[in-house]
Design a binder for this molecule. Structure first.
Ligand code: NAD
Length: 335
C-alpha cells in the first residue's frame, strides 16, 4: 500500500514513516525542511528513510498548491498521514505568519490533494493545546475546545474544522489526533527534554517555568506511532465529537473523528527534571520562572474513546522513556 506522510524530516513523521517502511509499505514523504530548528538533525532523520527502496522523498512546501497537487496525482496514495506543521506553542507569539502558511494553507492543499485522488483515510495531527486552559481534567474529546490560547492552537483547531467540512462536503474520511507532549529519541530541539538534557550536560542552568508546578501528560514516541498506525488501519467510525452529523443514511457525509492520544499519566515538570537528572547522573541548576504567556497549567489525556475504538493502550512509563531519550542523545551527539 502507498501511504503519503507529510513531515517526514520532522520528529513524529520520521518515526511513522520508518515504521511503515519496516512493515513493507511504500512511503511518499513530503517535507521542505523548514529552518525552525537544526536542519542537520532533520537531514539525519531523513537518512534513516532513504535507505529503504520503498521510500520516495518529495522536498516541497505544502503551501505550494500546484506542487502538492502534482505529488498526489503522481503517487495516488490510498492513505495519508499529515504531520507536517509549524509546531511550537511559544513560537506562535513571535511568528504567527508561519502558522498560516504551513498549518492553514498547508492543510488546505493536503485536503484538496486527498479529494482529488479519492483518499480512503486521512489521519492528521492536532494537539492537546486546543483545550486551552480547560480546568476539567482529564481532557476529553467531549469537552469544548473553543478557546485556544495561542495562535498555534487556533490553527490546529481550524485544521480539525477544515477536515470536518471536507468529510461533509467531499466524503473524505478523516481522523484528527490530539497529541499530548510527545518525547523520545530524535526528538525536537525546541522541547523541554532536549533543552534540559543539552543544558545539564553543558553545565548550563535550565529555565523552569511556573516554578516546575506545571503538569504534563508526556507521551513516548513509540506509543504515539502505534496509536497513529492503529487509527490508520481502523476505518473511521460514522460519529463525530465536533458536531452532531445528519443521518448518515440520507446525507452524503463521510466518517470524521477526533481522538486524544496521550500517556494518560501526567507528571509535574519538577518530576520530569528529576528523571532527566537520574538518567544523566547529574544535577540541574534551575532558574525558577513564572508561567509564560500561552502556557497552560496542566494537560492530561482521557484516551478511553481511542482505546474503545482501536484497542490503543500506551505502554511506556515516563521513567523508561526519559532514559531512552538520554541514551539516544548521548550516543547521537557523542557526549
Ligand atoms: P516537527 O517540527 O519535528 O516536524 C514537522 C515537520 O514539518 C518539519 O520537519 C518541517 O520541516 C515540516 N514542515 C513544516 N512546514 C512545512 C511546509 N509548509 N511544507 C513542508 N513541510 C513542512 O514537529 P513534530 O513534533 O514532529 O510534530 C508533528 C505534528 O504533530 C505537527 O502537526 C505538530 O503540530 C503536532 N504535535 C506535536 C506535538 C509534540 O509534542 N511533538 C504535540 C502536539 C501536536
Amino acid at each position: 500500500m502507498t501511504v503519503l506522510v507529510t513531515g517526514t524530516a520532522g520528529f513524529i513523521g520520521n518515526h511513522v514513516a520508518l515504521r511503515l517502511l519496516e512493515a513493507g509499505h511504500q512511503v511518499v514523504g513530503i517535507d521542505c525542511l523548514t529552518p525552525y530548528y537544526d536542519v542537520r538533525l532533520k537531514t539525519a532523520r531523513l537518512a534513516r528513510l532513504t535507505a529503504f527502496p520503498g521510500f520516495r522523498e518529495e522536498r516541497i512546501d505544502l503551501a505550494d498548491f500546484e506542487e502538492v497537487a502534482r505529488v498526489f496525482e503522481v503517487y495516488r496514495p490510498r492513505r495519508v498521514v499529515h504531520l507536517a506543521a509549524q509546531a511550537g506553542v511559544r513560537y506562535s507569539l513571535e511568528n504567527p505568519r508561519a502558522y498560516v502558511d504551513s498549518n492553514l494553507i498547508g492543510t488546505f492543499t493536503v485536503l484538496e490533494g486527498c479529494r482529488s485522488v479519492g483518499v480512503e483515510h486521512l489521519v492528521f495531527a492536532s494537539t492537546s493545546s486546543v483545550y486551552g486552559a480547560n480546568r476539567e481534567q482529564p481532557f476529553s474529546e467531549h469537552h469544548p475546545a473553543d478557546h485556544p490560547l495561542t495562535f498555534y492552537a487556533a490553527t490546529k483547531r481550524a485544521n480539525e474544522m477544515m477536515a470536518h467540512s471536507y468529510a461533509h462536503m467531499f466524503k473524505l474520511p478523516s481522523t484528527g489526533l490530539r497529541f499530548f507532549t510527545v518525547y523520545g529519541p530524535w526528538g525536537r530541539p525546541d522541547m523541554a527534554l532536549f533543552l534540559f538534557t543539552q543544558a545539564i550536560l553543558k553545565g548550563e542552568p535550565i529555565k523552569v517555568f511556573n516554578h516546575g508546578d506545571m503538569v504534563r501528560d508526556f507521551t513516548y514516541i513509540d506509543d504515539i506511532v502505534s496509536g497513529i498506525l492503529h487509527v490508520l488501519d481502523t476505518p473511521p467510525l460514522p460519529v463525530t465529537s465536533l458536531a452532531p452529523l445528519p443521518d448518515p443514511a440520507t446525507s452524503p457525509v463521510a466518517p470524521f473523528r477526533v481522538y486524544n492520544i496521550g500517556n494518560s499519566r501526567p507528571v509535574t515538570l519538577l518530576r520530569y527534571i528529576d528523571l532527566v537528572e537520574e538518567a544523566l547522573g547529574m544535577t540541574a541548576r534551575k532558574i525558577m520562572l513564572p508561567m509564560q504567556l500561552g502556557d497552560v497549567p496542566g494537560t492530561w489525556a482521557d484516551v478511553s474513546d481511542l482505546h474503545a475504538d482501536t484497542g490503543y493502550q500506551p505502554e511506556t512509563p515516563v521513567e523508561e522513556g526519559v532514559r531512552r531519550f538520554v541514551e539516544w542523545y548521548r550516543s547521537y551527539y557523542n557526549v
